[in-house]
Design a protein around this ligand. Structure first.
Ligand code: PMP
Length: 404
């Protein structure tokens, strides 16, 4: 892979921060955008802008065609059976809220159980708490090992006929752990439970095949796969989506409205009320078109190399403890430094132009389980380099000296 050529496609990477060349290692929070995605947004407003599906004119048809083309590319990306199984959302957060509300309100009864894991992002906890409180359902939690792996035997023990839903992160944003979701789905289906996979971190790093996984739902966000913010997709099996009531009511999601009652549109429109984020959906396709010009396998190998290289180099720093050392890991290195606050380490790295994330990473129950208040997290993307990791390691050494 020609990383220099790839870097030239991402204009922000040429910027300086605090007088230093930007080293962007916060990709698990959001990725940077290639020029083709930025150009697509401008091009849409200059040449295609119109409301979709309803208009009777040239621009409306053009915008609709471009919008629906993204649905097809996402269907192919996830290997879903049909385009109607792809619902556009604002991101993973909205996808999970949609399922918790629309599926949960219809299907959960008092005494039913929802299984989550200790390493879930808040967006895969709070929506379930809200619906569980409303329906009288209970939340059960899969425990983890100290290295950040799910205790699968404990998961098996939690399963029972009371289990109605399992919602599980594919790859942890705080630890990088890749979970055995295929096995989780298989076991959950044996007791008749439905499964949602939170693909916020996995979609950009791992090949995804929703049919092979046999998950009932899969959610991911555009902004972590080099597409704009404010856009994402939820995959759901057609028959399950069809059985669910709508989530939001409004224009576009209806067939017929009267004051006596309304009937609802077919999939996927039933779940896409109102004027959507048309420009960003269209630019979402350009992100996939861009990725499709690259060798996805080579990207995964490169990101894996960066993760292993950073792990080995950081491990040598005195007083540094890696958080999350699962065997199956991707693209994230989290750590703490004895005697130094993670926030201070982050600030000192920022002064050297190095962007990392510090804090609890929206995973407070996980931090509590590990007995820490937060970590410093470096996360890698296809445009990062070995030299940037060397700069990170030097930066951490320097920060440690200043703080201790
Ligand atoms: N789940 C995980 C594992 C995440 O990393 C994130 C984003 N940090 C989310 C869910 C939520 O994604 P979004 O904010 O894009 O809705």
């Amino acid at each position: 892979m020609d990383i220099a050529k790839i870097r030239a496609d991402f204009p922000i990477l040429a910027d300086t921060v605090n007088g230093k060349p930007l080293i962007y290692l916060d990709n698990a929070a959001t990725s940077q955008k290639p020029q083709v995605v930025i150009d697509a947004l401008r091009h849409y407003y200059e040449h295609s802008n119109a409301n979709i599906h309803r208009g009777a004119h040239y621009l409306a048809a053009k915008a609709t065609g471009e919008y629906e083309a993204t649905r097809e590319i996402i269907r192919a990306f996830l290997n879903a059976r049909k385009e109607c199984e792809i619902i556009f959302t604002r991101g993973v957060t909205e996808g999970i809220n949609l399922v918790a509300n629309a599926w949960g309100r219809k299907n959960l009864q008092a005494g039913d159980e929802i299984i989550l894991s200790t390493m879930e992002h808040h967006s895969n906890i709070v929506p379930w708490q809200l619906i569980a409180q409303e329906r009288g359902a209970k939340i059960k939690v899969i425990p983890i090992t100290d290295s950040g792996e799910l205790l699968m035997d404990e998961f098996t023990k939690l399963l029972s006929p009371r289990t109605k839903f399992v919602s599980i992160v594919h790859a942890s944003n705080a630890l990088g752990t890749i979970n055995p979701v295929q096995e989780i789905i298989r076991q959950a289906h044996e007791v008749g439970a439905k499964v949602l996979v939170d693909g916020a971190q996995s979609a950009v790093h791992l090949p995804i095949d929703v049919q092979a996984l046999d998950c009932d739902f899969f959610a991911f966000s555009g902004h972590k796969v080099y597409a704009p913010t404010g856009i994402g997709a939820l995959y759901g099996k057609e028959e399950i989506l069809n059985s669910m009531p709508p989530y939001h009511g409004g224009g576009e999601m209806i067939k017929d409205v009267s004051f006596d009652g309304s009937t609802y549109n077919d999939l996927p429109h039933k779940f896409e009320a109102g004027t959507p984020n048309i420009a960003d959906v269209i630019a979402f396709k350009n992100a996939f078109d861009y990725l499709n010009t690259l060798d996805r396998k080579a990207i995964a190998e490169h990101e894996n190399f960066l993760m292993r290289y950073a792990t080995e180099a950081l491990r040598e720093i005195e007083g540094l403890r890696l958080i999350g050392t699962a065997k199956e890991k991707m693209s994230v290195v989290s750590f703490v430094i004895e005697g130094a606050h993670h926030g201070d380490v982050g600030t000192l790295l920022d002064m050297q132009g190095i962007a990392v994330r510090t804090g609890h990473h929206c995973a407070q129950p996980l931090m509590k389980r590990l007995g820490i208040s937060g970590t410093v997290r470096a996360s890698f993307a296809l445009y990062n380099t070995q030299e940037e990791i060397d700069a990170l390691v030097k930066g951490v050494q320097k920060a440690r000296k200043m703080l201790l």
